[in-house]
Design a protein around this ligand. Structure first.
Ligand code: UD1
Length: 358
């Protein structure tokens, strides 16, 4: 059996590839490396704990002709049937999506449609889609429940009613709608939508992770590492929220737990046809200040300053994980301490490698 992972060299994709390789699954990664590095393929080969084959094709999934060529190669080179496609590859920067909405719709929506067509072309029966907690509206009741009414924002920019707060969120919302329509029309494709909350942390080796040196990080954990690396201060965006310490609250979850959720979901889907949706979060709300203090507790040389709220931020977002716990029998293992400790192992590895190069 072989599994195709789009975006398999990215942050969540690479951790998931490793977790599936540990189950002796053959992995075929489709990744055009616009937000990842081909070096990650070598790291996966180095870190895998079985003899599972991991191959990488540098392909733009919005180019269906290129996918057909991959399908031909897969038929000739890979003897195993493709049992699942896990579709991570997408653009994900909220601010950039406001500036370049068409790039986001093209990449995320055309990419999704192509991958569903590709699944049909390969007679692949199972499909897992990376969605996001961004589909929940800011005023959603907490914790966020999968079946709640979601994404009914009243943003002046949009004339439609059901919308996320930004084009990136809309690509996830529309992606979910497309898959629901596909599932209604085609009972031969089993689909799981996973809504990630805030995946952070790193594989314990400290070798896999997001670039914080060359990229301009927006998300909290990479921004913290960037501040440490450049000896600047991390800005706490807003300390006047209606929360115990005034900073915003998010559901941070270890990326290895997120990877594990894919392994569990994929195995479960094989015997549970139809379309299903699960939150993938820790179920805990951690404040931004508590995360920063946890870094400091673990010895991180981190300075912070309190600034204005970031435009478009929700006050609190955290998951109800009952459905994943009861149905998938999946529960996260790692604590915030683990997330921070593993992030610091990664930071120290990257920093010492950068120092050797300089
Ligand atoms: C953001 C996106 C969300 C996307 C997710 C994953 C926004 C409004 N939301 O979620 O749609 O799915 O990333 O890519 O961008 N923070 C600081 N200082 C920093 C960076 C972040 O205080 O330098 C705070 C933020 O204001 C927020 C919290 O940390 O309160 C988490 O931020 P982030 O990691 O960007 O995640 P989300 O805002 O939850």
């Amino acid at each position: 059996m072989a599994i195709i992972i789009t975006g398999g060299l990215g942050f969540i994709g690479s951790h998931t590839a490793l977790a599936l390789a540990a189950q002796n699954q053959e992995i075929i990664i489709l990744d055009n490396c616009i937000n990842s590095s081909p070096k990650t393929h070598k790291l996966l080969e180095q870190l895998k704990t079985t003899t599972a084959k991991i191959s990488h094709y540098n392909v733009d999934i919005t180019n269906y002709q290129a996918l057909i060529e991959i399908a031909i190669k897969i038929r000739f080179i890979i003897n195993n049937p493709i049992t699942a496609i896990i579709h991570f590859a997408a653009l994900k920067a909220v601010g950039e999506s406001n500036e370049k909405p068409l790039d986001y719709y093209h990449n995320n929506i055309t990419g999704l449609i192509n991958m569903v067509r590709f699944a049909k072309l390969l007679s692949c029966p199972n499909f897992i889609f990376s969605s996001s907690a961004t589909v929940y509206p800011h005023n959603a009741p907490l914790p966020c429940v999968e079946d709640g009414n979601h994404a009914q924002q009243t943003d002046r920019r949009y004339s439609t009613i059901i919308t996320a707060a930004h084009p990136y969120g809309n690509t996830k919302l529309i992606g979910e709608q497309i898959l629901n329509d596909v599932a209604a029309a085609d009972k031969t494709l089993n689909i799981i939508i996973l809504r990630y909350f805030n995946p952070v942390g790193n594989h314990e080796s400290g070798l896999l992770g997001e670039d914080f040196i060359n990229a301009r990080p927006n998300n909290l954990f990479p921004a913290i590492l960037s501040a440490m690396y450049n000896n600047t201060t991390i800005k706490v965006f807003g300390t006047d929220y209606n929360t115990p310490d005034g900073s915003a609250i998010r559901d941070f979850i270890h990326v290895s737990d997120v990877a594990d959720a894919h392994v569990v979901a994929m195995n479960w889907l094989k015997t549970n046809p139809g379309i299903h949706c699960f939150n993938v979060g820790s179920g805990h709300g951690y404040s931004v200040l508590s995360v920063i203090n946890n870094f400091i507790k673990h010895g991180a040389p981190l300075k912070y300053e309190c600034t204005e709220r970031r435009q478009g931020d929700a006050e609190q977002v955290y998951a109800d994980t009952t459905r994943a716990t009861n149905i998938l029998e999946w529960t996260p293992k790692y604590t915030l301490d683990d997330m921070v400790k593993h992030t610091l192992i990664y930071y120290n590895k990257v920093r010492s490698t950068a120092e050797i190069k300089n």
